[in-house]
Design a protein around this ligand. Structure first.
Ligand SMILES: Nc1ncnc2c1ncn2[C@@H]1O[C@H](COP(=O)(O)OP(=O)(O)OP(=O)(O)O)[C@@H](O)[C@H]1O
Length: 329
């Protein structure tokens, strides 16, 4: 396993108020070469999960319990410094707002070359050449010249591409991409996802990606974890999740997909909203929005059994949305 996340809870301390838990008992695993998509509505805890894995939680937020095993090493057994080093060597992350991840006083090429050297141990010259090649691969025109430029000379989209080059430089074992390509135009987004897929296949990189786009999930992910109010409510292979979602929340998300045939672009969003994390209902957090909720749902949090956390899992009641075909294997 490239990554095992076991029962991880993230706590945010709040001055003079009770702490909140944006991530609650999350378990995930990722094999080499596998792509796992993390999906769910806004505010479900996807970004907090990624930040926890990447060691980038904001102030006052921390992993309160659970374990993270990265490429065979339990990060909890390491000193903070060693944990940071291990993460730096083995994993890379790209978030939607890229600019914060770049150093303003170093050229783009220098930064990518540094990442190549840090992970791969290449010579300086080879790392510089590799940096130019990577900048070309993420779609930067004239990469040799662009490599000498600084982040402020780049547009937002170009910086996003530079961040992706930086992330995949030196072949990390694990790539965490949190809405990493959302800001890019559709063609470039497709190119970058293809590039990531190439690297995944060629180098056995594990990819955890967060997206709101279920079409991308169908095309690029091997498996899917559906998150709701800080918990994983359903985990399954992409094929089985799209063909036979079992959790009412997953069924709601899939029903919100426009008809794959384009016949009706019905966006039937799920009634209600995600509860705020400081006012979660007792029992299953989805119960107030759930068509199948019964008394037990409002009193008892469901255990996760074979990847499903639901008291009443079952086939969907709505008409089926045609399963989307995977474009890449
Ligand atoms: N610093 C903070 N203090 C308190 N609560 C926070 C803080 N940061 C985030 N949250 C809360 O944590 C929860 C999870 O947020 P998170 O950003 O992980 O969701 P998300 O699923 O990634 O949403 P999106 O798709 O919009 O990025 C939300 O309810 C959010 O309001």
């Amino acid at each position: 396993m490239v990554l095992s996340v076991n029962d991880v809870t993230v706590t945010i301390d709040r001055p003079r108020r009770t702490a909140v838990h944006p991530v609650r008992g999350v378990s995930l695993s990722l094999k080499a070469g596998e792509t796992l998509a993390l999906v769910g509505e806004s505010g479900c805890g996807k970004s907090m999960t990624c930040l926890a894995l990447a060691g980038l939680l904001p102030n006052r937020a921390a992993i309160a319990s659970g374990t993270l095993v990265l490429d065979g090493t339990d990060l909890g057994t390491l000193s903070p410094r060693d944990a940071r080093d291990l993460r730096r060597r083995k994993m890379a992350s790209v978030f939607q707002d890229a600019t914060g991840g770049l150093n303003p006083v170093r050229s783009i090429g220098w930064q990518v070359a540094q990442a190549v050297r840090m992970r791969g141990g290449a010579t300086r010259h080879a790392a510089q050449q590799e940096a130019v090649r990577l900048l070309g691969r993420v779609g930067l025109p004239d990469p040799e010249r662009r490599a000498r430029e600084f982040p402020h000379q780049f547009s937002g989209g170009m910086n996003q591409r530079a961040m992706i080059a930086l992330a995949i430089a030196g072949n990390p074992k694990l790539l965490i991409a949190d809405e990493a390509t959302t800001a890019l135009d559709v063609t470039l987004q497709a190119q970058i996802l293809e590039l990531i897929a190439d690297l995944r296949r060629a180098l056995g990189m594990g990819v955890l990606f967060v997206t709101h786009d279920l079409g991308l999930v169908a095309q690029h992910a091997d498996s899917v974890a559906v998150m709701y109010a800080g918990r994983i409510v359903e985990r399954a292979s992409t094929d089985s999740l799209f063909a036979n979602p079992r959790h009412p929340y997953t069924q709601g998300l899939l029903a919100a997909l426009p008809d794959a045939m384009g016949a009706s672009a019905r966006l039937a969003s799920i009634d209600g909203t995600v509860p705020p994390i400081d006012a979660l209902p007792a029992g299953c957090a989805f119960a107030p929005r759930c068509v199948r909720a019964s008394a037990i749902c409002t009193s008892t949090v469901p255990d996760t059994v074979r990847g499903l956390a639901c008291h009443h899992p079952g086939p969907r009641v709505r008409p089926a949305v045609p399963a989307m075909q995977k474009e890449y294997s």
